[in-house]
Design a binder for this molecule. Structure first.
Ligand code: FES
Ligand code: FES
Length: 162
């Protein structure tokens, strides 16, 4: 066996996955090209734009900055899995009703990053929301509607009114 290829076992969206992967393959390429999970996007490919955001063992990471082989034994969650669980249904609905997406390229990463903030509880300020999302680039919306959506969901989850 060539050292270039490695056997990988991990949990992706609740399902066990076993694959032989090229040591150089990034996590986001693995998810998209080997598993068909194309909700994680590839933008800058060097950790700047956030389009490739996924969760590893509950922590939001850049899928373009990790190699697939680094995820051996890990629990990986993509936008598909998080969406199917209904965990962010309110956030997705708020993005839609408040026009917080246009082309949608940034949206999966934006949703996962926003959920990371909202999962801490409480109602963050608009400045805190902007700061938390500052590593996720959006070329379409101007961000205002995204902040509106995240703020509305924070208030709703805290028991306030939208
Ligand atoms: S593609 Fe990973 S941060 Fe831009
Ligand atoms: S909606 Fe197009 S990049 Fe954000």
């Amino acid at each position: 066996m060539s050292e270039r290829f490695h056997d990988l076992a991990l949990i992706v969206n609740g399902e066990e996955v076993r694959e032989r992967v090229d040591a150089r393959e990034t996590l986001v390429d693995f998810l998209r090209e080997e598993l068909g999970l194309t909700g994680s996007h590839v933008g800058c490919e060097h950790g700047v734009c956030g389009a490739c955001t996924v969760r590893i063992d509950g922590v939001v990471v850049r899928g373009c900055l990790m190699l697939a082989v680094q995820c051996d034994g890990a629990r990986v969650e993509t936008i598909e899995g998080v969406s199917d669980l209904g965990e962010i249904a309110d956030l997705q609905s708020a993005f839609e009703t408040r026009n917080a997406l246009q082309c949608g390229y940034c949206t999966p990463g934006m949703l996962l990053t926003a959920q990371e903030l909202l999962a801490r509880g409480g109602v963050p300020s608009r400045e805190q929301i902007r700061a938390h999302l500052s590593g996720n680039y959006c070329r379409c919306t101007g961000y205002h509607a995204i902040v509106d959506a995240v703020e509305a969901v924070a208030q709703s989850r805290a028991g306030g009114r939208r």
